[in-house]
Design a protein around this ligand. Structure first.
Ligand code: SAM
Ligand code: SF4
Length: 487
């Protein structure tokens, strides 16, 4: 495609009327004055106040900005320990001892934007550009299915060659690819913001969650770090998920890239984003919240020199405050983090991880890392099997369940179940069933030895005896060769 054609395409992407309709008196919902005021007022919060806020979270109520600010400003390590415990309890109450697992699949790294922290930025001449053909994509998916994956997040740079039609074709191909018993049953997407019309195309194909991270909610910082390209438009990005909800894609994922600006500000931004989505879409906020930290990337010095890089101890704190602030929402802890950090932070209430990840475009089938095709460098290179074994040793059952999405339990329906803490009767049985499939079809002997106990343990812990009996019957059918059984 000629440079001129690319520029013309870029001119057409942003639809101003699909921003303006969401503004209130010309303003967006990231009220920087309110954030500053909340953070400045809640200095040195009393222990009793912090404990009251923790009880509210344990009751599965979303916190208000002042309450979140108080948690963020806590300086008492003893209270932080209580917050970590509370995060774990909330997660167990809503989601059980279950971790949903997926693989990232990078499909194209061509990009028209210039995000200073990203290895894929347009002006990074050291990155090798690659866009998968449908045939290559099929091979990538086969490699993942053969390892036992059932859920993907497909990731794309922003470019006319990987526009919504290419995304739609690649989603369809991923769903069609089968290997023996195995197949991908849910495909989430992380891609650039789109118009409502484009999102409707993805809705019709059966997209799972649509993720767009705001990166930083701080307007000035956003402007500096996204100097050119479509992504320079803060508001087009800020309302990407409002448009998705309006298009009927009702599982959406928000996120902030920690290390670009003050971490407390970003947690407040994520909360305000949640509140605005809930306000406009009948109480349905984000399906998931992501909190990636900046990782080193090829020829990208900013990733090492940003003044706002977040250390491991602070990272654990910010994840905990997100857990407490939005108790019923899924939280994704990615393989950007080293295994020891993940094993520690997951206990504060995360619900999803990626595992066995390789983010070089086309690299699963080649079984190499291809660092020159990566957006950044991963911290956790464990295989899926190893990660599952480690999770099992910590008492977590890995779930490959995709039933909610396939039974239409998305958006408002899913939130209703999550907020009332009633997930246990559906999601834990499905976790047990999909974990059984994994152990039979893909697990190493070491993982079978370390993890099989979880099936009986979680079966015995199911609160409803009728459901327990039903699951026992289904486990027998899985042993006999049936697959894809779910409630
Ligand atoms: N191009 C699309 C976009 O920007 O929305 C797709 C997303 S990008 C391929 C996935 C996410 O990776 C970004 O939203 C950003 O938060 C994160 N990311 C970018 N550079 C990173 C880095 N150096 N370290 C960690 N995460 C990074
Ligand atoms: Fe492109 Fe996304 Fe990377 Fe920005 S973060 S350069 S938009 S791939």
């Amino acid at each position: 495609m000629s440079n001129q054609a690319v520029l013309e395409w870029m001119e057409r992407v942003v639809k101003p009327e699909q921003i303006e309709k969401y503004l209130e008196q010309g303003k967006d919902f990231v009220d920087e004055e309110l954030i500053r005021q909340s953070l400045n007022t809640a200095i040195n919060p009393e222990k009793s106040l912090l404990r009251d806020i923790m009880s509210k979270s344990l009751d599965l109520q979303r916190l208000d900005p002042d309450e979140t600010a108080a948690l963020l400003n806590c300086t008492d390590e003893e209270i932080w320990e209580e917050m970590y415990q509370t995060g774990y309890q909330i997660k167990e109450k809503v989601y059980g001892r279950r971790i949903v697992t997926f693989a990232p699949l990078y499909v194209s790294n061509h990009c028209v934007n210039s995000c200073v922290y990203c290895g894929f930025r347009k002006d990074n001449t050291e990155t090798m550009r690659k866009q998968l053909s449908l045939e290559e994509l099929g091979k990538e998916v086969e490699s993942l299915v053969q390892k036992g994956h059932k859920r993907l997040i497909m990731v794309y740079g922003e470019h006319p060659d990987s526009d919504v039609h290419y995304i739609a074709d690649t989603l369809t191909k991923a769903y069609q690819t089968k290997v023996g018993h195995g197949e991908i049953r849910r495909v989430n997407v992380n891609a650039a913001p789109m118009s409502i019309e484009d999102l409707e195309i993805l809705r019709d194909i059966g997209i799972g969650t649509f993720q767009v991270f705001q990166e930083t909610y701080h307007h000035d910082t956003y402007r500096r770090l996204h100097p050119r390209g479509i992504k320079a438009n803060y508001l087009w990005r800020l309302y990407a998920l409002h448009r998705a909800m309006d298009a009927g894609v009702d599982d959406v994922g928000i996120g902030a890239l920690f290390g670009l600006y003050d971490w407390k500000f970003e947690v407040m931004g994520l909360l305000l984003h949640t509140i605005d989505l809930e306000k406009r879409f009948n109480g349905v906020g984000p399906h998931t919240i992501s909190f990636p930290r900046i990782e080193p990337a090829l020829n990208t010095p900013f990733t090492r020199h940003s003044p706002y890089l977040v250390d491991d101890a602070t990272f654990k704190k910010l994840v905990t405050v997100i857990r407490l602030s939005v108790p019923y929402t899924g939280m994704i802890l990615t393989a950007r983090e080293r295994p020891e950090v993940r094993n520690e932070v997951i206990k504060t209430g995360c619900t999803q991880i990626d595992a066995g990840s390789n983010i070089g475009v086309g690299s699963y089938q080649e079984e190499t890392m291809n660092y020159d095709r990566q957006q950044f460098i991963l911290g956790d290179n464990r295989s899926l099997d190893e990660a599952i074994r480690d999770m099992a040793k910590m008492g977590f059952i890995t779930s490959f369940c995709t039933a909610d999405y396939r039974c239409g339990r998305t958006g408002e329906c899913f939130m209703g179940i999550a907020k009332s803490g009633k997930i246990h009767n559906l999601c834990m049985p499905n976790a047990i069933l999909t974990f059984k499939e994994y152990l039979l079809d893909y697990a190493s002997e070491a993982t079978k030895d370390a993890a099989s106990y979880l099936i009986n343990q979680e079966l015995a812990a199911l609160p409803n005896p009728a459901i327990q009996d039903k699951v026992k019957g289904m486990l027998v059918r899985i042993e006999a060769g049936e697959r894809d059984l779910f409630l």
